[in-house]
Write a protein that binds this ligand. Structure first.
Ligand SMILES: [Ca+2]
Length: 394
C-alpha cells in the first residue's frame, strides 16, 4: 500500500561472502541496499512499482532472483518523461507533435486522452498509445488543450498539455503554407499576392511560389492559369485560349494542330500569361474560380465530374460576378472532356457551352469558345479590347 515501508530481501550465502546488487528491471539503475543485502524503501510510492533483480556474486560466480513490487495506490504521472514540464508546447504548423504521459501505479492505470471540450482528435493524423499522443502535421486550428488522464481503483490524475500552433505565412520556402486557402484561413489578414506553397506538406523541397487571390468570394484561391485569346485559322468567330495548360491531348496531335503554345510556367499575377502544370491543380482543392473580362465569373464545385481531376460528369457552378446581366442566372452544370477539344463546360445540352477549352484545330471550328448564356449565340460577350481570363483553385 502507498506510503508503507517495504523491504525486499536478498539472502545469499557462500564462500567468499558474496556481494549483492539490486537493479530495477527495464531502467538499468543500480540501487543502493543496506549491508544485509535487503533493499529498503521507507515510504513506498506508486512509481516504485516494477520488477527488481537482486544479483549476488563472488569470485566463483553469480546468481540472481527477481521480485515484482506492486504498490497499491492512485496512479502517478512520471514527470521526468513529460514532453514539457509546464505543459506548454509551441510548434510550427504541419509539424508532428508528441505528448508523453508515462504513468505508474497498481492496479495498472487505464490511460485516456481527450480534449476538455470533448471535441474529436484530428482525424487520420492522431496516434494514441498508452503513454503518448502523437498528432501528425498539426494545423493551426488544432491549437488546444490535450489531457492525459490515468485512472485506477484508488483514484485518478491528469496532465494537461496546452499546444499552440504557429501558422506558416508563405514568405519563404521554409515557411510555405499548404495552399492559398489554408493561408487565408490561418492568417485572415493575408493579402492577395505571391506566396510559397507546399500542397503535399512534409519536406519543403518541392514547395513552389504561386499567386493567391485573397479577396474574391472570401479568398483562398491559387492561380493556376492566366490566358489571353488568339484567333483560330478557320473562322473569325473561333478564338483559342492561349497559352494552353498541360491538359490531356490526343497522343497523335501534332504541334501545329494544337492551337496555342503549351505552358507549365506558373503565372505570378493575372497580367502574366502562364499555366501551372495541370497535374498540380488537383492538389490545391476541388473548387474552381473562372474569371474573365468577357463573360460572368463562375465558382464551380465537383459533382460526379471534376475540372481539376479531368472527369466527365456534373459540376455545381454559381455566378460569382455578373458581367452579362441577362445571363446572371445561368452557370455551367456539366463538364465533358475530350482529347481533341480539351474540355467543355456546358449546360448539359450537346454543343452548347459556357467555356470550350479547345486545344486543337479541327474540321469543326465554327462557333464561339465561350458564351455567358451557354447557348452558343453571339452577343453574349463583353467586347473587351484585350480579352483575358484567369482560373483559380481552392
Ligand atoms: Ca512538400
Amino acid at each position: 500500500m502507498e506510503n508503507d515501508p517495504v523491504t525486499l530481501n536478498c539472502f545469499a550465502t557462500g564462500q567468499p561472502v558474496p556481494s549483492v546488487k539490486w537493479e530495477r528491471l527495464g531502467r538499468g539503475d543500480i540501487l543502493a541496499q543496506n549491508p544485509s543485502g535487503a533493499l529498503k524503501i521507507t515510504k513506498a510510492q506508486a512509481w516504485h512499482s516494477g520488477k527488481y533483480t537482486c544479483r549476488a556474486f563472488n569470485s566463483h560466480g553469480m546468481t540472481e532472483s527477481t521480485v515484482e513490487l506492486k504498490v497499491k495506490g492512485k496512479p502517478v504521472i512520471r514527470e521526468r518523461f513529460l514532453s514539457s514540464r509546464s505543459g506548454k508546447i509551441t510548434v510550427n504548423a504541419y509539424q508532428d507533435v508528441t505528448m508523453f504521459c508515462q504513468v505508474s501505479g497498481y492496479p495498472a492505470p487505464v490511460v485516456t486522452w481527450q480534449k476538455p471540450d470533448y471535441t474529436d482528435m484530428p482525424e487520420g493524423r492522431t496516434e494514441i498509445s498508452n503513454d503518448r499522443l502523437v498528432i501528425r502535421k498539426i494545423r493551426v486550428e488544432e491549437s488546444a488543450v490535450y489531457v492525459c488522464k490515468a485512472q485506477n481503483a484508488y483514484g485518478s490524475v491528469e496532465m494537461r498539455y496546452t499546444v499552440s500552433v504557429t501558422p506558416r505565412g508563405g514568405r519563404g520556402r521554409g515557411d510555405a503554407a499548404r495552399n492559398c486557402k489554408e493561408l487565408k484561413a490561418q492568417i485572415p489578414s493575408t493579402a492577395s499576392g505571391r506566396y510559397w506553397i507546399d500542397p503535399d506538406l512534409g519536406s519543403t523541397d518541392n514547395a513552389y511560389e504561386a499567386y493567391c487571390d485573397q479577396e474574391t468570394d472570401g479568398g483562398g484561391w491559387t492561380l493556376v492559369w492566366s490566358f489571353g485569346y488568339k484567333a483560330g485559322k478557320s473562322s473569325v468567330f473561333t478564338k483559342f485560349m492561349t497559352p494552353r495548360p498541360s491538359i490531356p491531348t490526343h497522343p497523335s496531335a501534332s504541334e501545329y494542330r494544337q492551337m496555342s503554345p503549351l505552358s507549365t510556367t506558373i503565372p505570378f499575377n493575372t497580367s502574366a500569361l502562364g499555366a501551372m502544370n495541370f497535374s498540380l491543380w488537383k492538389t490545391l482543392g476541388t473548387e474552381v474560380l473562372l474569371q474573365s473580362n468577357q463573360i460572368n465569373w463562375y465558382i464551380c464545385k465537383d459533382g460526379s465530374g471534376s475540372i481539376v481531376k479531368w472527369t466527365d460528369g456534373s459540376i455545381s457552378c454559381r455566378v460569382a460576378k455578373t458581367l452579362i446581366a441577362r445571363c446572371s442566372h445561368k452557370a455551367p452544370n456539366y463538364i465533358a472532356t475530350d482529347l481533341n477539344y480539351g474540355m467543355k463546360l456546358t449546360d448539359g445540352r450537346y454543343s452548347s457551352y459556357f467555356y470550350k477549352v479547345a486545344v486543337m484545330e479541327s474540321s469543326y471550328s465554327g462557333g464561339r469558345r465561350l458564351d455567358a448564356c451557354g447557348r452558343t449565340y453571339g452577343g453574349n460577350l463583353v467586347r473587351a479590347n484585350n480579352p483575358r481570363g484567369a482560373w483559380f483553385v481552392r
